[in-house]
Ligand binder design. Structure first.
Ligand SMILES: Cc1cc2nc3c(=O)[nH]c(=O)nc-3n(C[C@H](O)[C@H](O)[C@H](O)COP(=O)(O)O)c2cc1C
Length: 154
């Protein structure tokens, strides 16, 4: 039976989506055939997506020292519908920021702690000038999450 991996992200000017593309590429590595990957924008994703997922990855820019409004809107709309129904499920984060990013990471972690889900990889944070050479880290994040779900190690 396939495991389910959900990737939800938001982008405004496009750089977080470049990170997301690499995460998705890693998650859909042809060597992994036991994981179904579903990709949603933060504005479209809903509680059914989160309940479907055996694990998930969230990506956002940092805006005003916080996650993007769209990512917050996703968590606002899903929190109570998913509370106590996703306990222990693994997740990971990726963040794009102009110069910081810690506010986005901390704000997402705080809400996700309330959902009792389990962070299984360090966040990937791209701050400052966009560094193409680091996209491989995003790919590895997606691959590791998919491989871990397939192997049942999370
Ligand atoms: C309204 C707004 C607020 C922002 N606030 C922050 C911030 O608090 N900290 C930071 O490091 N970058 C901040 N940035 C920079 C964005 O994080 C950065 O431009 C990022 O690349 C945007 O991602 P995107 O290309 O996926 O939209 C802000 C950008 C905008 C448009």
């Amino acid at each position: 039976m396939s495991k389910h991996l959900l990737i939800v992200y938001h982008t405004q000017s496009g750089t977080t989506s470049r990170m997301a593309e690499a995460v998705i590429r890693g998650a859909r590595d042809p060597a992994i055939d036991g994981v179904e990957v579903r990709v949603r924008s933060a504005l479209d994703a809903d509680a059914d997506d989160l309940l479907w997922a055996d694990g998930f990855i969230l990506g956002t820019p940092e805006n005003f020292g916080y996650m993007s409004g769209a990512m917050k809107y996703f968590l606002d709309r899903t929190f109570y519908a998913c509370e106590n129904r996703v306990n222990g499920r693994p997740f990971a984060l990726f963040v794009r920021a102009g110069n910081d990013g810690t506010g986005a990471i901390n704000s997402m972690r705080r809400i996700l702690t309330g959902l009792a889900v389990k962070e299984v990889q360090e966040p990937i944070l791209f701050a400052g000038e966009f560094d193409e050479s680091r996209l491989v880290e995003c790919e590895e994040l997606g691959l590791t999450m998919a491989a871990g779900l397939e192997a049942g190690i999370f």
